[in-house]
Design a binder for this molecule. Structure first.
Ligand SMILES: [Zn+2]
Ligand SMILES: [Zn+2]
Length: 185
């Protein structure tokens, strides 16, 4: 019993390591990274893993098979436990919450970076669309997510939620990478 528990523990640590190297090593919203155990994975899309897990209490890394971690990596973000609760409360609409984990109409909210609500529709926001275009250009020039995030923070460009120095590699990625950047919802 003891032996298998510590083996599970080791595997969980290896998963944690993989996630911090391949997804993010800090909360995508606030950058928190002091305690690895306070960092959680959040699914931005319903995946076969989530569907299988539906209705079951047990969650967390230890019960997530490696294959699902690899498969779901593009649909997961790292959040600290506080921000994670906020996301599920609908306070960060730029981070999607799969339908079944929300209770109704929390999906409506802030449009993607470079856009805004107008008369019930998402339209281009002239104030931020230029930043969005520039981010795409920098990316085409070969800059990585981190380099772009640093640049935006240095230049004092606010995030969609108006956070100063709030750009992180994954926030940049979600703006640039078409499969994360949902302009229509
Ligand atoms: Zn979540
Ligand atoms: Zn956070």
């Amino acid at each position: 019993m003891k032996k298998s528990q510590s083996a599970t523990h080791k595997t969980t640590e290896r998963k944690r390591q993989w996630i911090s190297e391949n997804i993010s090593d800090c909360c995508v919203l606030c950058g928190y990274n002091k305690c690895q155990r306070a960092l959680e994975l959040h699914h931005t899309k319903e995946t076969p893993f989530l569907i299988r897990k539906k209705g079951r209490q047990r969650s967390g890394l230890s019960s997530m098979p490696w294959q699902d971690i690899y498969d779901d990596a593009p649909h997961m973000v790292v959040l600290c436990s506080n921000c994670h609760r906020e996301v599920h409360e609908g306070m960060h609409p730029e981070i999607p919450v799969p339908e079944h984990t929300t209770s109704g109409d929390r999906q409506k909210g802030r449009p993607p970076f470079g856009y805004k609500w107008q008369d019930g529709e998402i339209v281009v926001n002239p104030k931020t669309i230029t930043h969005r275009k520039r981010m795409n250009e920098l990316y085409k020039q070969g800059l990585g997510w981190s380099a772009i995030a640093r640049k935006l923070n240095e230049e004092g460009i606010l995030t969609q939620t108006g956070i100063v120095s709030g750009w992180f590699p994954t926030t940049v990625m979600r703006v640039i990478e078409p499969r994360y950047s949902k302009v229509k919802r």
